[in-house]
Design a protein around this ligand. Structure first.
Ligand code: ADP
Ligand code: ADP
Length: 228
């Protein structure tokens, strides 16, 4: 469903992503691991065109995103949710309004928003925090808001950029359980990047290992970790 064809992203002389080709299947949890600077974040951002590849194509459900105009890309991007290491919540808005923000941007009516936001908050276990501000929440709760916001427009794909790296081990577990539930119950394809082995071992079906902008290993989680 996500087809990455010979994607290269260059910054001046550095190829942050260097001729990467990958197919990510519908419904899987796909992990991209590697050391800092390997190109994971750049590759992830090429999937929703937050970065435009210098070369190559990114096809989602057969549609080539790299062939679209910036306006068309913005529309497609609403079908691709994303969560971040540092959550990126709007501190002056309540939990409700942070989640509502994505829906407003997609042109949903107030009635639709009033119906949808509580459902999203229930799914992430934050029904009782609707009127709170981000500063009143724990890290795990902030990430739950991020997840609710990312799922607001019913995306087919959820991109996770080091989503648990700022969280303690117990909170990490609970966020990974939530992502697993979202993958299993909603059938959403998840692509995550991390430098933490435990994260991929916990929830990924397949993994790509990146080094110097290239995918150096690719396989089932069992194959990658079976032979040291
Ligand atoms: P990772 O996510 O694996 O840590 P990144 O994708 O952030 O790796 O970075 C890959 C390489 O690209 C690094 O050498 C980094 O310095 C470089 N890079 C990333 N973003 C930019 C940018 N906006 N401008 C210049 N170089 C960048
Ligand atoms: P606008 O500025 O367009 O009125 P708001 O962001 O103020 O939009 O609110 C959007 C809608 O969501 C409003 O109808 C508001 O009453 C409702 N709303 C905002 N926060 C909450 C909340 N914590 N619980 C329930 N409804 C809320």
């Amino acid at each position: 469903m996500i087809d990455i064809q010979q994607v290269t992203k260059r910054y001046k002389n550095v190829a942050a992503v260097d001729e990467v080709s990958l197919t990510i299947r519908q419904g899987e949890v796909f992990g991209i691991i590697g050391y800092s600077g390997a190109g994971k974040s750049t590759l992830l951002r090429c999937l929703n065109l937050l970065e435009r590849p210098t070369e190559g194509k990114v096809l989602i459900d057969g549609k080539d995103l790299t062939a679209l105009s910036d306006n068309e890309v913005r529309k497609e991007r609403q079908k691709i949710g994303m969560i971040f290491q540092h959550f990126h919540l709007i501190s002056s808005k309540t939990v409700f309004d942070n989640v509502a923000f994505s829906l407003k941007a997609a042109g949903k009516t107030k009635e639709e928003i009033k119906k949808k936001v509580p459902k999203l908050l229930e799914m992430v276990g934050l029904s009782d925090r609707s009127g709170h501000y981000p500063a009143q929440l724990s890290g795990g709760q902030k990430q739950r808001v991020g997840i609710a916001r990312a799922l607001a427009n019913d995306p087919k794909v959820l991109l996770c950029d080091e989503a648990t790296s700022a969280l303690d081990p117990t909170t990490t577990k609970s966020i990974l359980q939530l992502l697993k539930k979202i993958n299993e119950t909603l059938g959403i394809t998840i692509v995550l990047i991390t430098h933490e082995m435990e994260v991929v071992q916990d929830i990924c079906h397949r993994v790509a290992v990146m080094e110097d902008g290239k995918v150096v290993e690719l396989g089932d989680i069992y194959d990658i970790f079976a032979n040291p």
